[in-house]
Design a protein around this ligand. Structure first.
Ligand code: AMP
Length: 271
């Protein structure tokens, strides 16, 4: 595995290859990231992973500073997976040039996490736009765990006519149902149990809603979640996964989208 810290050196190397399969991450690698890398390896193109904790997408400095970092272990994991290239840029390497494409921010950015984390998606799209320009990947692998993010990146790629194809990857969960996340490393055993019971609650709720949507009583759901141990609910909402329209009947494919806190740890999921 070749490791790059400088975009020009990286570009010089990857220009030689027939195309790149790209897996962007913020490190703190877990089974979710690993599944993306394994999927990418199947493409038969060279796999490039990036690790970059993007300061612009954190709306609180304290959240950026305390985001879990484990670069030594990440390198070990990626070497074992036989990743071809790892790019670990500095902030200057990423933000020290002017990209050709302007970021396109679809109105869906105003919903869900967009309401609670001002500037978050603008920051995400800014960095993804830059990575796409540096790497020009044939494929970019994104997890459905961050479904709103995936949707907005898709809209940006379509609008700007960028020739990279998104490969949507399913959410990887622990046996107890919790979606793998770098932030899970902050949870103790008791908090893990809370997260697990919240998953199971939502899983059952969705099953019931598929049969009878009028059972969706938002206030009751929020109270139930607090009783299960959530400290605060940012949102719990249902959306059609194709177009991010709210659904009122169960004839459409929908997911329950949630963001909640267990003490100071904010978790998101969609089920
Ligand atoms: P992150 O390092 O959290 O920015 O995530 C990097 C990529 O991994 C994003 O495309 C995420 O959607 C994806 N990802 C994170 N957690 C999971 C998971 N549990 N299952 C599948 N993909 C995931």
């Amino acid at each position: 595995m070749k490791i790059f810290k400088d975009r020009q050196a990286l570009q010089k190397e990857i220009l030689k290859s027939k195309g790149i399969s790209f897996v962007p991450t913020m490190g703190g690698l877990h089974e979710g990231h690993i599944s993306l890398v394994k999927r990418s390896k199947k493409s038969r193109l060279k796999t490039l992973v990036t690790i970059f904790i993007n300061p612009k997408q954190f709306n609180k400095k304290s959240d950026f500073n305390s985001y879990p970092r484990n670069i030594k272990n990440d390198i070990k994991v990626l070497k074992k997976l036989k990743v071809n290239y790892l790019y670990i840029p500095s902030i200057k390497d990423i933000y020290g040039f002017k990209p050709k494409n302007k970021v396109f921010i679809d109105k869906v950015s105003k919903k869900l996490c967009g309401k609670f984390r001002p500037g978050h998606f603008k920051g995400v799209l800014n960095v993804v736009n830059r990575f796409l320009e540096i790497i020009k990947p044939k494929y970019i692998y994104l997890g459905k765990k961050d479904y709103q993010q995936l949707y907005l990146i898709k809209k940006h790629i379509q609008k700007r006519k960028i020739r990279s194809k998104i490969i949507e990857c399913k959410t990887i969960r622990k046996k107890n149902g919790i979606a793998c996340s770098t932030r899970n490393s902050r949870l103790n055993q008791h908090q893990m149990k809370i997260a697990s019971s919240i998953f199971h609650y939502l899983f059952k709720l969705k099953k019931k809603l598929k049969v009878n949507f009028s059972l969706f009583k938002l206030n009751k759901v929020k109270i139930d979640l607090i009783n299960l141990g959530a400290s605060k609910i940012d949102y719990i909402e249902n959306y059609n996964t194709k177009n991010f329209e709210k659904i009122r009947k169960t004839n459409k494919k929908f997911n329950l989208f949630i963001a909640y806190y267990i003490q100071n740890t904010r978790l998101i999921d969609n089920i």
